[in-house]
Design a protein around this ligand. Structure first.
Ligand code: FMN
Length: 234
């Protein structure tokens, strides 16, 4: 067993008080895209954010992620330009794979590039494809194994989502705001080349100090079903 796994986890004298603070933190996390101030983020803060991410759960504990850290500067600004002026930037939005038609959303690539220019750090998340071998490998798989490949890929994504959320909450706990952006995939190949990796790009968690205060969000109706009618409802 490694030293790392033998380390005792912290205990708190008043776990209930701590619990309330954690719940408030989770429920007040929002995507913040404006109001960033030009204040450098200390290395210890970035490290703490990443340490939170690395402790996320993942299927088979495969830890399919790798984080590429790029602080504000020429390289991050260069990536912002590459994203904004990518070939498909204007119509980069979800399509219905059955018809090839755009769904109701429009491209937000220009806005996402603007966020990248304003933040203090970009945490680019790579999927190393522990099960699936990556998006292309699933797409190329023959029919008999593609279903299994899609399950493996979706399990990787669930772990990666937990990892991103851990980093996002850790940032929020330390007074930083920002947003996770999948839009950067419009320039996936260029970003892979710039950051020298070959796994799939999952997105970037863009973080900085911001003046903007998170506000309560409107929740969609019909997203929870209580199957025991005697139990409460939201
Ligand atoms: C997988 C994923 C991809 C996202 N991509 C983008 C993006 O490219 N640009 C952006 O501005 N926001 C992006 N977001 C942020 C969502 O728009 C945001 O989470 C959603 O509107 C809910 O708002 P909230 O985060 O404040 O609760 C993304 C979020 C997720 C989970």
């Amino acid at each position: 067993m490694s030293i790392e796994t033998e380390r005792l986890l912290p205990r708190h004298d008043n776990p209930h008080q701590l619990g309330r603070a954690v719940l408030d933190l989770i429920q007040s996390r929002r995507s913040l895209r404006e109001g960033f101030i030009d204040k450098p983020i200390p290395t210890e803060v970035i490290d703490e954010i990443i340490q939170s991410g690395l402790r996320a759960p993942s299927s088979k504990n495969a830890q399919p992620w790798r984080v590429h850290v790029l602080e504000r500067g020429e390289r991050l600004a260069g990536i912002a330009d590459t994203v904004q002026f990518a070939k498909n930037a204007r119509d980069y939005a979800p399509i219905d794979p059955a018809t090839g038609q755009l769904r109701q959303w429009e491209s937000t690539v220009a806005e996402s590039a603007q966020v990248l220019r304003a933040v203090g750090v970009g945490l680019f998340v790579e999927n190393r494809g522990a099960f699936s071998g990556g998006r292309q490998s699933v797409a190329n798989a023959n029919n008999s194994v593609r279903g299994n490949g899609i399950v493996g890929y979706s399990f990787e994504m669930i772990g990666l989502g937990a990892m991103v959320e851990n980093m996002w909450l850790s940032a929020h706990a330390q007074g930083l705001g920002g947003v996770f952006m999948g839009d950067v995939l419009v320039a996936e190949e260029e970003i892979q080349a710039e950051l020298a990796f070959s796994g799939d790009l999952v997105g970037v968690l863009a973080l900085g100090y911001t003046d903007l205060q998170p506000f309560e969000k409107a929740l969609k109706a019909d997203t929870v079903v209580y199957h025991d009618p005697s139990k409460g409802a939201l």
